[in-house]
Design a protein around this ligand. Structure first.
Ligand SMILES: Cc1cc2nc3c(=O)[nH]c(=O)nc-3n(C[C@H](O)[C@H](O)[C@H](O)COP(=O)(O)OP(=O)(O)OC[C@H]3O[C@@H](n4cnc5c(N)ncnc54)[C@H](O)[C@@H]3O)c2cc1C
Length: 497
């Protein structure tokens, strides 16, 4: 059964009814947790609480450059917030993820999703939660009431910070939260660095980490391997060749490969942003060039420059080489936007295209045969360690018949994460089994190396708990306080049933 409450009162009634019947509830904001279990609860028989109808920006009339905080309900999507800001306060942007425009802000942040500016967890505070006990809890200074001048401005409150319990926790249903908006800077440049020699991955990562720590790169740095970069760009290139150039299927196949080799010829390519005023950006780019020039080929692009380059190449697309550039630029444009805070559907359209379901809207990815498993370990900020373990991941994937698609994301000043995605056809039982065997082997290796996932799939939970039962017993005991009947998402981030 699926419930679609329209307000907090309706959510409270659902929780009270669930306490009486002991039928568990599984909350989703938009339910697009693709690669982690989508909208599937861990425990069968749970009723879905789809919060998609609670999609208001509660303080819409108060958002401004001087008040860069949006109070959001869970159903607000990143596309909706982007369109709202474009229309009402274009000086502000926010931390977007690479998933579709239809995905949520709150659900993603609560599952500790990661955007292009950093971990979304850092953007959320002042949560309003209907706990499993039925109590409505407001964290931080939202407990002072919505009229308090501190309610939507001071992120920490007084005393223990309870917010943390609700990130990758299942203690309650979050019905709204404050979300940090980001002032646009006068100059925003996307910078891509292609590592010239694969053997230099370790120093490359160490240098990128220093750039992050020194504040020269102002976003997360995504470092993708060639398989991943090519997979990401192929759809945009092929679509351009097909639709804009009327190329035949064979020409599309040949020229897509040529364009990919032209723009992403090396094994590792990074993408990040440098933002600030003109002087800051000029100085940062000069410093980055001096530090990275020996290791990588560097390109910086502004939106204006990209648009001009594309317009010229597009006009001259009858010439083969120029056409390849135009196709590549057309594929790069939306990805460039992500680094600067513009959400896009291209990553999902790419998957729909691969699985021959371009007839589906991105929000309906789950109706295609696209099977996807994410395996995402947290990693130390140590280039040598990371380069070695990525090589091991590559061999494990190969042994299981998978090419390793991986991005290394330099997210914090002291750690990074790997995002490994295993793609398969869900209509083919053998492929499903093979992908799960590969994911299990990768996880085993992650654990054997003293590491852990930073975000788990629904089907990982049993192994997660088994690996450290004492820790999860404490989490379970805490859950007893806020959700005594264990009716909110049982099994998700603890195995209490
Ligand atoms: C091609 C591709 C690219 C992707 N790129 C990214 C990326 O860049 N960054 C990223 O983080 N993810 C990415 N994803 C994964 C995923 O699509 C996103 O994380 C997406 O935002 C999750 O879906 P959602 O926002 O609808 O959250 P939901 O599915 O609604 O929720 C996610 C989790 O939070 C819990 N939850 C949701 N709402 C509430 C609530 N109100 N109260 C309590 N618990 C709640 C749910 O139970 C669930 O466990 C990508 C996926 C694909 C296929």
């Amino acid at each position: 059964m699926e419930h679609e409450p329209e307000n907090i009162e309706a959510v409270r009634r659902l929780v009270q009814a669930a306490r009486a019947t002991k039928v568990p509830l599984y909350p989703i904001s938009r339910g697009m947790n693709w690669g982690y279990g989508s909208r599937s609860p861990v425990v069968a028989g749970s009723e879905l609480v789809n919060l998609g109808r609670m999609n208001r920006i509660l303080n819409a009339d108060r958002i401004s450059v001087d008040h860069p905080v949006a109070v959001l309900e869970p159903g607000v999507t990143q596309g909706q917030l982007h369109d709202f800001l474009t229309a009402h306060c274009p000086q502000l942007t926010f931390n977007v993820t690479g998933s579709s425009r239809d995905t949520s802000i709150l659900g993603n942040a609560l599952d500790r999703g990661v955007g292009y500016f950093g971990p979304r967890r850092e953007d959320l505070f002042g949560l309003e939660v209907v706990c499993g006990s039925g109590q409505v809890l407001r964290t931080g200074f939202r407990r002072l009431g919505e009229q308090s001048p501190l309610a939507h401005s001071h992120p920490y409150g007084l005393g223990p910070m309870l917010d943390g319990l609700f990130f990758q926790g299942n203690f309650g249903i979050v019905t709204s939260a404050c979300f940090r908006l980001v002032p646009r800077r006068p100059r925003e440049v996307a910078i891509s660095m292609a590592l010239s020699h694969e053997k230099n991955l370790a120093p490359f990562l160490d240098e990128l980490a220093k750039l992050k720590r020194d504040g020269l790169l102002t976003s997360v740095t995504h470092v993708a391997n060639r398989a991943r970069s090519h997979a990401t760009l192929a759809f945009g290139i092929a679509t351009y060749l097909e639709r804009q150039c009327g190329a035949s299927a064979e020409q599309v196949r040949v020229e897509t490969t040529q364009a990919l080799n032209l723009v992403a010829p090396f094994e590792w390519t990074s993408l990040a942003a440098v933002t600030g005023n003109s002087g800051q950006v000029r100085a940062a780019l000069a410093e980055i060039g001096a530090r990275m020039g020996k290791l990588a080929q560097i390109r910086h692009v502004t939106t204006a420059r990209l648009n001009v380059a594309f317009a010229i190449a597009d006009r001259l697309r009858t010439l083969r080489l120029t056409r390849l550039h135009a196709a590549a630029l057309s594929a790069i444009r939306p990805l460039h936007g992500l680094a600067l805070g513009v959400p896009t559907d291209v990553a999902i359209e790419n998957l729909l295209w691969k699985f021959s379901r371009t007839d589906l809207a991105p929000a309906h990815l789950d109706e295609s045969n696209c099977g996807l498993l994410f395996v995402n370990p947290a990693l130390p900020m140590d280039g040598g360690f990371v380069a070695a373990i990525v090589e091991e991941f590559k061999h494990i994937a190969q042994r299981h018949g998978h090419e390793l698609y991986v991005t290394l994301n330099i997210e914090t000043a002291s750690s990074m994460v790997a995002v490994i995605n295993l793609l398969f056809d869900r209509g083919q039982p053998a492929e499903v089994a093979q992908a799960h065997r590969c994911a299990d082997a990768l996880l085993e290796h992650i654990r054997a190396s003293g590491l852990e996932l930073y975000r788990a799939r629904t089907d990982n939970m049993e192994a997660v708990v088994a690996a450290d039962p004492d820790y999860w017993a404490t989490v379970r005991a805490l859950k007893g306080v806020l959700d005594p009947d264990n009716i909110i998402a049982p099994g998700r981030y603890n195995l209490a049933r």
